[in-house]
Write a protein that binds this ligand. Structure first.
Ligand SMILES: Nc1ncnc2c1ncn2[C@@H]1O[C@H](COP(=O)(O)OP(=O)(O)OP(=O)(O)O)[C@@H](O)[C@H]1O
Ligand SMILES: [Mg+2]
Length: 340
């Protein structure tokens, strides 16, 4: 559905040239929810704005449904943009217009008949659960309600693609969940393709099918959400995943034990249901302290992380590691002495 090939983009300021995107190559499939995660300044907004032609690129090709966005003249670009909805962190509603008139706005610009506008707006407000707020002004709405209005407005022209730039970053965790659930529902019922820009791994984890990690204008990692969570390769990705885990062992007092190792275990899918810890203790004569644990519920599977302190003689520990390998459990020694 969307193909970005070899994209370069820089900004020129008075004394400086900032390269915001470097050699970006991405293919986003129809009907998927694709996440793009990165730190502040990584180039996320620049990237998403190139897809609807809000940002001109220096080099490369952008195909949206086989149409080359980079070659369009102004008129054709405006026409094409109607097929691409967009929502933002701060909602960007028109404060002097009611909820109804905000959603009607893009249709008024397209000179749609008033009666059809009324039908469409009411349908959209039903869809986002705001039928009772149609005559309310944005200033009287909560953040979550404002984002629902913005979503309804973005969908007014029936786009097949929805771009979301930090759509939940200004919302509390509970409201974030409800907006993400709404986006997921809309993706399924309206056959939408959604691109989610975010700096929050929680958002990616909650609804994305695939994710690209962007750092300093470059894609440093890309994959299915379970691959990324199970086996994050880049430091940036590892940082994002650790940020949502409570297993920061700096804050935990770890018993001082001789002949012990601190090990992080990662389980995926079915392996999370096996009695690994009791088998380790029974079969290998080791002692185990559970230091911390958590489960990431992803769209497709669950990934569990457990930090344990394992004590025993070197043979017992080696046997334990062999057992983990045989069971397909990923392990990593996390204390200073990394040898086994
Ligand atoms: N209009 C502009 N003029 C000059 N530099 C810009 C402009 N817009 C963005 N930049 C620079 O380009 C780089 C990428 O910015 P961008 O806004 O795409 O990052 P981002 O990942 O969206 O960050 P954030 O999470 O803070 O929104 C940054 O170094 C930024 O300072
Ligand atoms: Mg941004």
């Amino acid at each position: 559905m969307i193909e970005l090939k070899n994209i370069y983009k820089s900004y020129h300021t008075k004394n400086d040239k900032i390269t915001a995107l470097k050699n970006i190559n991405l293919r986003i499939n129809k009907n998927e929810i694709f996440g793009i995660i990165g730190l502040s300044g990584a180039g996320k907004s620049t990237l998403i704005r190139t897809i609807n032609g809000l940002e001109k690129i220096d080099q490369g090709t952008i195909l949206v449904d086989k149409i080359n966005i980079t070659n369009l003249n102004k008129k054709d670009l405006l026409k094409e943009r109607k097929n691409i909805g967009m929502i933002f962190q701060h909602f960007d509603l028109l404060n002097s217009r009611t909820v109804y008139r905000n959603v009607a706005f893009p249709l008024e610009i397209s000179k749609v008949d008033k009666k059809i506008i009324a039908e469409r707006v009411n349908e959209l407000l039903d869809l986002v659960g705001l039928a009772d707020k149609r005559d309310t002004y944005p200033s009287q709405l909560s953040g979550g309600q404002k984002q629902r209005v913005a979503i309804a407005r973005a969908l007014a022209n029936n786009p097949k693609l929805l771009l979301c730039d930090e759509a939940t970053s200004a919302l509390d965790p509970e409201t974030t969940k409800s907006i993400l659930a709404l986006l997921k529902k809309l993706q399924q019922t309206l056959d939408l393709t959604i691109i989610m820009i975010t700096h929050q791994m929680e958002v990616v984890k909650e609804i994305c099918d695939r994710v690209a990690v962007i750092n300093n204008g470059e894609i440093v990692e890309l994959g299915n959400i379970e691959e990324i969570f199970f086996n994050p390769k880049s430091k940036v990705t590892q940082g994002f995943i650790n940020s949502i885990h409570s297993n920061d062992i700096k804050d935990i007092t770890i018993p001082n034990k001789e002949n012990s190792k601190l090990i992080k275990l990662t389980f995926i899918g079915e392996s999370s249901k096996k009695p690994i810890i009791s088998s380790l203790i029974k079969n290998n004569n080791v002692e185990i302290n559970i230091i911390s644990g958590n489960i990431d519920k992803l769209t497709s599977t669950n990934i569990g992380n457990l930090i344990i302190q394992i004590s025993g003689n070197s043979n017992e520990i080696k046997n334990s590691i062999n057992y983990l390998n045989a069971e397909g459990i990923k392990w990593e020694v996390i204390n200073n002495d990394k040898s086994i």
